[in-house]
Write a protein that binds this ligand. Structure first.
Ligand code: NOJ
Length: 744
């Protein structure tokens, strides 16, 4: 970059500049509201400067210098998005970002600071498990802390805005982006969405250790046909409202500052041109006053969708629908001013968008402090506190799926252990998709951690690649740990698959090892649920981790040796075969439920049941559920029912249980799911300890999109179940005595 700047430390120059930035700064802010300041600034802007605020470019380069000076750029993505985290990116250099900021605030006419954005998805330098793995913790507290750590590190290097959390509901594991979200369920995803927003933004996104969050991809992006990324979505208004919107609503309620509109179409209308979603629901119904950014180049892609004639038309459709910022297509930059001059777009529409953008910049405190202290990041990136947090989250997300004969944890019965498999020595691969700043040397491989931390008296042999070598080592061992699964490039954006078994070659390896007759333990590392049906029948122990991030090695070793007790639970249903997709617990009963007559909803070959249900996960201890109690048989419209059960640790180890509450609305004006998660709680119980776990159900928890197109609960009978997953537990009943309308 050649900005023709002086050679003194930029921070010195920039500090001087803060006085002028104070034109819109602290003292004024104390006396006037942000909205007044926004209007005052807006009144001084030319149409071109307004369009500039609505224009986001990719990595800032020499060609952008004059554009920044003339106010033609409002924000930048500090990364090339083209590979969606599948490739290394240039480092973020604080001084360079400060230089660009200096150009904007000192050399542009109005001195409006730039917004620096980046995809900080599951960690910045300290890499946490992929969001699906974070969801497997069923701990909003851990998700919040993970986002706070990511925010602290990214803000420390000058990033203001992250394109996270992704809160899309995913019920099709073929879809590669299932890795980036919180799974199949609206209530679990809503809890995690709100937690992530709190973690990224804190009480004040302007704080030096916070970022502005962006809930994406609004909406129903995960429902694409065939699980193919970007593909057609055709969901009803009911499915949209009941399944796909609640997690966005939760993010908005938690105060998320921005939203990203999605790439795809819904029922013939691309989201980028969908005013029903972007203006009707988001702004009118929900009162969202933050900004909406398009996805990358999605404005121009309205031409490919076949709803825009050309780039000018695409800009017109997107801005009228409610897209405030055009991410990198250049359509706004090239056509929006002219569209306003020719009265094809009202000037007021542009003003409204610019207000939302300026409001975001004010909320981020950029007018008061546009620059980043270039010393800050040195002490915080990958510091011990952050690494410990990543390790705790990685550990809490490990799901024990099978443990025949108590094979795990590995202990005295094993004195010679072999560890092998394609991911045993993986390091960077443990990060998962969308990792821009993770550093491989921060990561210890699972095999190394197992070797280094094995108990005294146990010899661990790590064997590399060849099947023959693995078999010959295995024959001389007591037990074998095989680390299999997916390379991160097999999931994430544009990385969908049409098979859900282990990647080629790995299934054969597992069968060969299983045939040796040695006790076999599978550690599966993956970006999605896989249909490991054969493995679940023939391999006695399976420990599952969705890409666990930089601390996956020690976390898995701790689980294998019992230093932690696995407590993750599935945030998605595990199917038996790809042919069952979509398969999710919250299905409809149908007129011919699977377990009734011969002509029923099922497969004539194969099962309609999942391999492992949503919410499932074993422990090294056992939990028993008893004493279900309901505080009342009837819930009045303004009342509540407390539902409680006793959960007891009847094993001999301390452990965490995730207690889950499901409801079924037995008769509705429209069909209702056979079970819906309503709440959950993760508790720790010592051996022999029992605890009464209580949930409060209110009419708003029973609300749905009713036949008349309103949101609310309907009077009638409900079953309620407290249990360890979506299909087991203790069941009771209550009645809601009056229908009740709710705000959605
Ligand atoms: C495209 C992806 O869909 C989105 O999630 C991401 O934030 C943008 N590219 C920017 O990198």
């Amino acid at each position: 970059m050649s900005l023709g700047t002086e050679t003194r430390s930029p921070w010195v120059r920039l500090s001087r500049r803060r006085d002028r930035a104070g034109e819109y700064g602290v003292s004024t802010m104390q006396t006037r509201s942000i909205n007044l300041r926004v209007d005052e600034l807006l009144a001084r802007m030319t149409l071109e400067e307004k369009v500039g605020q609505m224009t986001q470019v990719g990595v800032l380069q020499d060609e952008h210098v004059e554009m920044v000076r003339s106010g033609a750029i409002g924000s930048s993505i500090v990364a090339s998005s083209a590979w969606a985290g599948h490739e290394d990116q240039p480092d973020v250099v604080v001084d360079r970002l400060n230089e660009w900021q200096r150009l904007a605030v000192q050399e542009s006419r109005l001195g409006i600071p730039l917004l620096m954005a980046r995809d900080v998805i599951h960690g910045f330098r300290t890499i946490f498990p992929i969001p699906l793995g974070q969801a497997a913790t069923w701990s909003p507290e851990l998700v919040e802390r993970g986002a706070a750590v990511a925010a602290r590190e990214a803000a420390g290097v000058g990033i203001h805005w992250t394109f996270a959390p992704m809160v899309d509901i995913a019920r099709d594991p073929r879809w590669g982006r299932i890795a980036e979200g919180y799974g199949e369920d609206p209530v679990l995803a809503s809890a995690m969405a709100a937690a992530a927003v709190r973690g990224f933004q804190g009480g004040d996104p302007a704080a030096p250790d916070r970022l502005m969050a962006c809930a994406k991809h609004f909406a129903a992006y995960g429902a694409s046909e065939g699980g193919r990324d970007y593909d057609t979505v055709d969901v009803s208004e009911r499915t949209l409202r009941d399944v796909h919107l609640p997690s966005f609503r939760a993010a908005v309620r938690a105060g998320v500052g921005t939203l990203m509109s999605a790439f795809h179409e819904i029922g013939g209308v691309p989201v980028t041109a969908n005013s029903h979603l972007l203006t009707g629901i988001l702004r009118r119904e929900w009162g969202f006053d933050g900004l909406v950014i398009s996805d990358w180049n999605a404005v121009a892609e309205l031409i490919d969708h076949g709803v825009a004639r050309d780039r000018r038309d695409a800009a017109r459709l997107a801005v009228l629908a409610g897209v405030d910022v055009d991410m990198c297509s250049g359509c706004y930059r090239d056509h929006l001013a002219e569209l306003v001059r020719s009265n094809d777009v009202p000037a007021a529409t542009v003003d409204d968008s610019v207000r939302r953008i300026l409001r975001t910049k004010f909320r981020l405190g950029l007018f008061e402090q546009p620059f980043t202290d270039n010393h800050r990041s040195r002490t915080i990136l990958h510091c011990a506190e952050h690494v410990a947090a990543a390790r705790e989250t990685a550990a809490a997300g490990i799901v024990l799926l099978r443990n025949e004969g108590g094979l795990l944890p590995l202990g005295k019965r094993c004195s010679r252990l072999v560890i092998a498999g394609p991911l045993a020595q993986a390091r960077r691969e443990l990060f998962g998709t969308w990792t821009l700043n993770g550093v491989e040397s921060d990561v210890a491989a699972i095999a190394d951690c197992v070797r280094q931390t094995a108990p005294r008296g146990m010899t661990v042999t790590a064997v590399g690649g060849l099947v023959d070598e693995i078999c010959s080592a295995a024959r001389k061992s007591d037990m074998v740990v095989l680390v299999v699964g997916e390379h991160p490039n097999r999931s994430g954006e544009a990385h969908s698959v049409d098979q859900l078994g282990l990647p080629p070659g790995q299934g054969e390896l597992v069968r060969t090892l299983a045939a040796l007759g040695k006790p076999l333990i599978l550690v599966v590392v993956s970006g999605r649920p896989l249909a490991l049906t054969w493995e679940a029948e023939h391999v006695p122990a399976i420990l599952w981790t969705f890409h666990p991030g930089g601390e996956g090695g020690p976390a898995v070793a701790d689980a294998l040796f019992g230093r932690i007790n696995p407590s993750g639970r599935l945030p998605v249903t595990m199917p038996r075969s790809v042919g069952q997709i979509p398969l999710y617990y919250s299905r409809k009963n149908t007129g011919r439920p699977p377990a009734t007559c011969r002509f029923r909803s099922h497969y004539i070959e194969g099962s309609y049941r999942p391999l492992f249900p949503f919410g499932f996960g074993l422990s090294y201890t056992r939990f028993e559920y008893s004493d279900l109690e309901l505080s009342a048989a009837t819930m009045s419209a303004d009342g509540q029912v407390c539902v409680a059960a006793r959960v007891t640790n009847v094993g001999d180890r301390s452990g965490d249980e995730v207690v889950q509450l499901y409801v079924r609305d037995l008769v509705g004006s429209v069909t209702r799911p056979v079970a819906e998660l309503k709440s959950f709680r993760r508790i720790r119980l010592e051996p022999g300890e029992g605890r009464r776990v209580e949930f409060v159900l209110r009419p708003e928890h029973l609300a749905f999109w009713r036949l008349d197109g309103s949101w609310g609960a309907e009077a009638g009978e409900f079953t309620v179940r407290i249990g360890p997953n979506a299909v087991e537990g203790l069941e009771g009943r209550f009645t809601l005595d009056n229908a009740v309308a709710q705000a959605e």
